[in-house]
Design a protein. Structure first.
Length: 170
C-alpha cells in the first residue's frame, strides 16, 4: 500500500455515507451523551463539516443554543499530511462567550477527527474565555491514528479512507 504522504486523493478509498447513517450516528451519540450525564446546554458546530452534525445533535439532545465557529486547517482536496497544525479562524465565536455562561456545558461538534488540531484549538480558546464552563467534543468519525480522542465519536475511520458525507460533492 502506498504511504499516506504520497497517496493522492484518487488513490484513496472513498466511502460514501448516507443521510440515514449520519442521523443514526447522531442519535446514538446523543443517547451516549445523555447516558453519561452530560447535560449539554450549548452546541458549537465547527464550520463547515460540523454544522450539520451539530444541528442533528441539537435536535436529538433538545438543545436550542447552537453556535458556529469557522476554522480551516486544509483546502478542499488537500492530502491528509498537508493539514496545518494551527487552524485559521475565518468566523469567530465571540457570541459564544456571551451566550454560554460559567456553568454551561458546551458540546463542540465536528464531522471528523483527523489530527485533532481543530478540537484542541477551540477548547483552548473557549477555556481562556469561559474557564469554568464544561466542554465535551464529538465527531462522527475519528481517524485511527489520530492522537486526539474526542469525548464521543461514532466510528473509527481508516487513515487512508476518504469519507464522503451526504452533504458534500465528491
Amino acid at each position: 500500500m502506498n504511504d499516506l504522504k504520497t497517496q493522492s486523493l484518487e488513490q484513496r478509498a472513498k466511502s460514501k455515507y448516507t443521510w440515514y447513517y449520519i442521523d443514526a450516528c447522531c442519535e446514538s451519540l446523543a443517547r451516549r451523551i445523555r447516558g453519561n450525564g452530560d447535560n449539554i446546554t450549548h452546541i458549537v458546530g465547527v464550520s463547515r463539516g460540523g454544522l450539520i452534525p451539530a444541528t442533528l445533535l441539537a435536535k436529538h439532545l433538545d438543545v436550542r443554543e447552537v453556535i458556529s465557529f469557522g476554522l480551516k486547517s486544509y483546502n478542499d482536496g488537500d492530502d491528509y499530511e498537508t493539514r496545518v497544525p494551527t487552524p485559521e479562524v475565518y468566523q469567530g465565536i465571540d457570541q459564544c462567550y456571551q451566550l454560554a455562561g460559567a456553568d454551561s456545558n458546551v458540546l463542540i461538534v465536528d464531522d471528523i477527527t483527523d489530527k485533532g488540531n481543530t478540537f484542541k484549538y477551540i477548547e483552548k480558546m473557549l477555556a481562556e474565555k469561559l474557564p469554568t464552563a464544561s466542554y465535551r467534543t464529538v465527531s462522527i468519525f475519528r481517524k485511527q491514528s489520530s492522537e486526539y480522542h474526542p469525548d464521543y465519536f461514532a466510528t473509527n475511520s481508516l487513515d487512508d479512507e476518504w469519507v464522503v458525507f451526504p452533504w458534500e460533492k465528491e
